[in-house]
Design a protein around this ligand. Structure first.
Ligand SMILES: [Zn+2]
Length: 413
C-alpha cells in the first residue's frame, strides 16, 4: 500500500519538476571558470529519492574551455554529486555510520523502500565520510562563551587495530609471528564530563557529553619536527571544540603508551594525568595468570588483592607483591610499567578529589566508536575507506550529524 502511494507521489513530483523548464536560461550559461557554457539540449537522469527513483529532465550546458558538461538544475536540487537525493544520501549516512554496508542496504530497502546495491551504499557512504572528514578540519570553534562548561572535563586517548586489505599492509611490520601485520592502528580522542554521581558517590559519565574523533594517522613526533603530528592536531581540534582549556579542572586519561603522554605534556601541561585504571587491572590480571596459571583460585585471589590495593592508591604494596615474583618476566614488566607511570596512578588521591579513574571509559570508547562498526568479521579496510567511515561514525555518534547537514545545505545555496 505504502509502496504504491510512494510511486504515485514520485510520479507527481517528477511531472512537476519536468514541466518546469526554467533551468534553460538561454543559449549560454556562465561556467565556474568564467567562460560561457553552451546549451546542448535536455538530458534525463534517474535519481534515487526517498519516494523511489525519479527521472529528472535537466538543461545540459557544455563548457568548451573546461571540456566539461553540467546541469544547473542538479545544483539547485542538491543533486550535484551523484545520483542520490539529499534525503537518501542522509539515510545512507545514518546506516553507513551504524552498520555494515550490507545491513545498511537491507535497512534502506526494508524501511524506506530505497533500493540501492551494496556497492552503491558503500561508495556513497565513503564519499560522504570523506566530505565530513574535510569539514571537521574547518569546524574548530570553541563552545559559545556564555555556554556552561562542566566543572571537570576529561580527555582520553587510545588506539585500536582494524583489519586491513593485504595491499594496504605491504612492507609494514606488525605483531604476526612472521613479523607482518594484519591491522593498522586507529587513534581516538574522546572528551566527556562526569559530573553526576552514583549511589556510592562515584562519578559517572554524563549521558550525551561524549564526543569522538579518530583516524588512522600518525602520532609520531620527532624533536626536529616543526609541526605537530596529524593526530596531535586532531586532538587539538577536538579539545578546542569542547572548550577543554577553559574547564576549571582537566583530566587526561590513557593507557601507558608514551605517545599519549607526549601529546598531553605538549598540549595541556597542567591537566591531571591519569592512567585509566582498567588498563592497570588488565596488566595485573595477566600477571596473575603468568604467576599462578589461568583460572586457579590463587590467581584470582592475588589479582583481586592487587586491584584493590591499586584502587586505594597503595602502589608500594602492589610493587612489593610484584617484587616477590621478580623471577617471572611478566611480573618484572608489570612492575616497570607501574613505576614509570606511578604519578599517574595516585588513585586514592584522585578518588578523594572526585575524579573518575576508570570504568574502562576510554577503552569502551574505542570499542563503541571503532570496534563495533569497523571490526566485524569479514571486514577489510583501505586507509581511505576506513578513515571515511570513521569520520562518518564519529560525526554521527558525537551528535554532530545535523550540524553537518545544515552547513552542507548552506554551502550548496
Ligand atoms: Zn569552464
Amino acid at each position: 500500500m505504502r509502496r504504491k502511494a510512494l510511486r504515485v507521489a514520485a510520479r507527481a513530483v517528477e511531472e512537476r519538476i519536468n514541466a518546469d523548464r526554467s533551468d534553460h536560461v538561454g543559449p549560454v550559461f556562465p561556467c565556474a571558470c568564467g567562460k560561457p557554457a553552451r546549451f546542448c539540449g535536455r538530458r534525463t537522469k534517474t535519481f534515487e529519492s526517498v519516494l523511489g527513483p525519479l527521472a529528472i529532465s535537466r538543461a545540459y550546458y557544455h563548457c568548451g574551455a573546461c571540456a566539461v558538461g553540467f546541469c544547473p538544475r542538479d545544483h539547485t536540487l542538491g543533486l550535484a554529486d551523484g545520483s542520490l537525493s539529499p534525503g537518501v544520501l542522509r539515510m545512507v549516512g545514518h546506516v553507513g555510520a551504524l552498520v555494515s554496508f550490507q545491513e545498511g542496504q537491507e535497512l534502506l530497502r526494508d524501511l524506506a523502500g530505497v533500493d540501492l546495491s551494496i556497492k552503491h551504499v558503500e561508495r556513497a557512504a565513503e564519499k560522504l565520510g570523506r566530505e565530513i572528514a574535510a569539514d571537521e578540519k574547518n569546524i574548530v570553534e570553541p563552545p559559545l562563551p556564555n555556554g556552561v562548561l562542566p566543572e571537570t572535563l576529561y580527555l582520553g586517548l587510545d588506539g585500536t587495530g582494524i583489519p586491513m586489505r593485504a595491499e594496504e599492509l605491504e612492507g609494514r611490520s606488525g605483531k604476526q609471528s612472521d613479523g607482518t601485520s594484519k591491522t593498522r592502528e586507529v587513534k581516538l580522542v574522546t572528551v566527556w564530563s562526569a559530573e553526576k554521581r552514583d549511589a556510592e558517590g562515584i562519578p559517572i559519565r554524563d549521558e550525551g557529553s561524549v564526543t569522538y574523533s579518530a583516524a588512522i594517522e600518525s602520532a609520531t613526533q620527532l624533536d626536529t619536527d616543526v609541526v605537530p603530528s596529524a593526530f596531535a592536531t586532531r586532538v587539538q581540534r577536538e579539545a578546542t571544540r569542547r572548550g577543554f582549556a577553559h574547564a576549571k579542572r582537566r583530566a587526561w586519561l590513557g593507557d601507558g603508551a608514551k605517545w599519549i603522554w607526549n601529546i598531553a605534556d605538549e598540549q595541556a601541561p597542567d591537566a591531571i594525568q591519569i592512567v585509566d585504571r582498567f588498563h592497570v587491572n588488565e596488566r595485573l590480571s595477566n600477571t596473575g595468570k603468568a604467576i599462578y596459571g589461568h583460572g586457579s583460585d590463587l590467581e584470582k585471589r592475588w589479582t583481586h588483592e592487587r586491584c584493590t590495593e591499586l584502587k586505594a592508591g597503595k602502589i608500594d604494596d602492589v610493587l612489593a607483591a610484584l617484587a616477590v615474583h621478580a623471577g617471572i618476566k611478566e611480573a618484572r614488566q608489570c612492575s616497570e610499567y607501574i613505576q614509570t607511570n606511578r604519578l599517574r596512578m595516585r588513585y586514592g588521591e584522585f578518588h578523594a578529589a572526585g575524579l573518575c579513574t576508570s570504568t574502562a571509559l576510554v577503552e569502551s570508547g574505542c570499542k563503541y566508536a571503532i570496534g563495533k562498526r569497523l571490526k566485524q568479521g569479514g571486514m577489510f579496510w583501505t586507509v581511505s575507506g576506513g578513515n571515511a567511515i570513521i569520520a562518518l561514525r564519529c560525526c554521527r555518534i558525537s551528535g554532530r550529524f545535523e550540524d553537518f547537514w545544515e552547513r552542507r545545505a548552506k554551502r550548496a545555496a
